[in-house]
Design a protein around this ligand. Structure first.
Ligand SMILES: Nc1ncnc2c1ncn2[C@@H]1O[C@H](COP(=O)(O)OP(=O)(O)OP(=O)(O)O)[C@@H](O)[C@H]1O
Ligand SMILES: [Mg+2]
Length: 241
């Protein structure tokens, strides 16, 4: 299963993604936690200050690995070529690319991150989305065993859908606070996901009295100040899948 967490900035994506990683890991799964946000809250929550290698350090590495011609600049096109080349990624035993970028920080817990801004981003040559672009190739071609799962903590807003890296996920969880702005962004994300054909569900977070106004009932509700409820919410989400 590949599950991604999306939502407006500060809605609780990293909090819920962390709870999801912990839940899956303690229930015996091998988990790949992917931090697609250059702020890297997920890996910090999971106990890592930094990682030896980030996807964004060498975005073209995945094209070399998959024998994609150098002049192919689109990662969407690269994913098609990699598939045609029968490229497959695996967590265990890992292929060379996954072994390099997915760090096993505890038994059966692997961390991968887009990473912080690089000079290419600072110079304006590429935007920060380029750091996570290799995921467009890696995620759809990553073959999981029954007892393996991938959890992705995304960047805020609709950009992760628009930039296409979510094509490889089975379900996206949209986290929404009960504010006008958070609910509005959650609905925008849902529209984009529908357009992209990605299954999605909602979680209401930081709820005091009112629920956020969403197109349908959330799978779970986490009350304000009750962050431990995040793990109960994850149980509900996984049961409902
Ligand atoms: N249910 C909750 N009650 C109170 N505070 C919460 C709750 N859930 C998350 N928070 C807090 O809200 C803040 C933002 O949470 P988090 O970092 O998970 O959001 P995010 O959506 O990942 O943010 P960003 O857009 O910056 O990545 C954190 O300080 C977190 O501890
Ligand atoms: Mg976050």
């Amino acid at each position: 299963m590949k599950i991604a967490f999306l939502g407006k900035g500060g809605s609780g994506k990293s909090t819920l993604a962390t709870a999801c990683v912990r839940h899956l890991h303690t229930s015996g799964r091998r988990v790949l936690a992917i931090d697609a946000d250059h702020n890297m809250d997920l890996i910090l929550n999971l106990g890592a200050d930094s990682l030896p290698h980030y996807l964004g350090d060498d975005p073209a590495a995945i094209k070399r690995h998959a024998n994609v011609p150098e002049d192919v600049s689109s990662y969407t096109k690269a994913a098609e070529i990699a598939r045609a080349n029968d490229v497959v990624f695996r967590l265990s035993p890992p292929d060379a690319y996954t072994a390099h970028f997915a760090h096993e920080v505890a038994p059966r817990l692997h961390l991968m991150a887009a990473g912080p801004h690089t000079d290419i981003v600072r110079s304006g040559e590429h935007c920060s989305h380029s750091l996570a672009a290799p995921l467009k190739v890696h995620l759809p071609l990553l073959q999981l065993a029954e007892d393996e799962a991938v959890v992705i903590d995304e960047r805020a807003g609709t950009d992760p859908v628009a930039t296409g890296i979510l094509k490889g996920v089975h379900i996206a969880i949209i986290v929404a606070e009960p504010t006008v702005h958070s609910a509005r962004v959650a609905r925008q994300i849902a529209e984009e996901l529908s357009r992209a054909g990605v299954r999605h569900e909602f979680v209401a977070n930081k709820v005091r009295n009112e629920l956020p106004i969403l197109p349908r009932s959330p799978l779970a509700v986490v009350r304000f100040g009750a962050e431990p409820e995040a793990s109960e919410a994850i149980e509900k989400i996984l049961e409902a899948l």
